[in-house]
Design a protein around this ligand. Structure first.
Ligand code: ADP
Ligand code: MG
Length: 246
């Protein structure tokens, strides 16, 4: 335990919550400890990631434990792979259940970047990712009942809520096992009129499977986000890198 604490201090990893798993130091260790999918390991190597970043060291084992998480780490510190690697590992391969993971990004540009990262990390795994861009096309396709061709959905909250609010809804999130709110600090911060909170409530409700886990990632620690998590999420684990409000 002392060794683990020393390792966390060394990498500026702060954790709170019950039953926090040990961080991993290397991708090799991660691969053996969690029997990572060989293609996923190959993709990580091909991309050129040599060592997990501090947020990845702690968040990947936490997400693989299958729990609700609030994570904060500076911009550019690899948060995308911190949630994508364990989600890809957990989803394994394509199936016909419909979306099993949803990543909500504040802007189209960030959604696009997340999509590219998903694309290269899922290469050869059979998992399929959909970047929600063309809403009218999506609606048309959904009417032909062809929306279960993907496992992962990457979207902005506006587009997703638009689809969920149609009567009848043109997207189903019933099979979602992982709901990721990326840049949650920004989404809550810009939320003077409560618009995002309302959108989040719609999305949260639509992810109706008892299996769903929620992961909130942000660059800064935001008290509003923590309050929302404490109110809505059981057995929450919090992980932050560096000073809490850096
Ligand atoms: P954040 O979401 O924390 O701002 P990103 O996930 O966008 O950061 O990652 C920033 C950059 O770091 C990206 O170019 C990404 O490919 C790269 N990156 C992620 N993980 C690692 C790693 N373990 N080693 C080296 N580079 C990494
Ligand atoms: Mg990011």
């Amino acid at each position: 335990q002392e060794k683990i604490n020393h390792f966390r201090n060394l990498h500026n990893i702060h954790v709170t919550g019950e039953d926090i798993p040990e961080p991993v130091e290397t991708f090799e260790e991660l691969a053996t400890r969690f029997q990572l999918n060989a293609r996923l390991v190959e993709n990580i190597t091909k991309i050129g990631y040599q060592q997990p970043t501090p947020i990845q060291m702690q968040a990947i084992p936490l997400v693989l434990q299958g729990r609700n998480i609030l994570a904060s780490a500076p911009t550019g510190s690899g948060k995308t792979a911190a949630f994508l690697i364990p989600i890809i590992q957990s989803l394994k391969c394509f199936n016909n259940f419909g979306y099993r993971a949803v990543v909500v990004s504040p802007t189209r540009e960030l959604a696009k970047q997340t999509f590219f990262e998903t694309d290269r990390l899922t290469l050869g795994t059979g998992l399929r990712t959909h970047l929600l861009e063309d809403v009218p096309k999506f609606v048309k396709r959904a009417k032909k009942n062809r929306s279960s061709r993907f496992d992962i959905l990457v979207t902005t909250p506006n587009r997703l809520v638009f689809l969920l609010s149609k009567k009848p809804a043109v997207v189903s999130l019933e099979s979602v096992e992982w709901l990721v709110i990326d840049e949650s600090d920004k989404l809550f911060e810009a939320d003077k009129e409560g618009g995002f909170r309302d959108q989040l409530a719609v999305i949260y409700k639509a992810c109706s499977s008892p299996k769903v886990r929620r992961l909130l990632f942000s660059a800064t620690f935001a008290i509003e986000v923590e309050e929302w998590c404490k109110q809505h999420l059981d057995n929450l684990a919090e992980v932050s890198i560096g000073a809490r409000n850096a």
